[in-house]
Design a protein around this ligand. Sequence first.
Ligand code: ADP
Ligand code: ADP
Length: 227
Amino acid sequence: MDILKTIELSKTYGKGETQVEALKNVDIAIGEGEFVAVVGPSGSGKSTLLHLLGGLDRPTSGKVIVDGVDIYSLSEKELSIFRRRKIGFIFQFYNLIPVLSAEENITLPLLLDRKDVDQKYLGELMEILGLKDRKYHYPNQLSGGQQQRVSIGRALAYKPAIIFADEPTGNLDSKNSKEVLELLRFSVQKYNQTLVMITHDLEIASQADRVITIEDGMIARNREVRR
Ligand code: ADP
Ligand code: ADP
């Protein structure tokens, strides 16, 4: 089953002389449990696509269907609840809240929904993330790799069906990049999550089930990786 689908998805920014057609009639379908790498030159529309797939922005035209739901037919409020429960986001710049500890940053999505934190899962997550002895540290007391692990923890807290990652290893050295990727793949396999990742790293892309290449706002290639 396709967990993620777009129908003639388009996004235009600005108007007049500054108008940019960032995405042009994009049709893609992504299956449950797939790991998809999105590659392409800078400015080709990768982040725009990821943001639209994840309900962070609104398309100019076209649809995004997530798990059978036409997400842009939802109200702002419904969309934000849907996003929090179904989708995990990981960014290149970790976007952590500086006044919250590592553990508080991770459990924030649940607290915002007044949901109980599953202590067993949280413990397991902190263990996998290698943050067991960093629970009470604040972001500025953590290394870059640790901060990215916290942001991964926050994305995984709800056991989301889909994880979107925008250059998650872009700021990390090769050792930390490898670890972060392994972590993500571990979670994805364990919970049958779908992972869509923008990356410039061809070694990472080669580990994906499928590589989608975007050029000039269009799908230039869409290839399954054979093993
Ligand atoms: P990529 O992630 O592949 O680098 P983006 O999706 O960020 O590409 O950008 C695609 C195009 O849309 C670029 O030409 C960029 O300048 C433009 N763009 C992106 N975001 C905005 C925005 N908020 N306002 C205006 N133009 C934008
Ligand atoms: P890495 O190998 O992940 O890049 P660092 O060399 O940056 O790690 O940091 C080593 C250790 O020092 C980490 O465990 C981190 O928690 C701790 N640390 C880094 N920066 C600070 C800081 N500003 N305050 C407190 N502890 C820190």
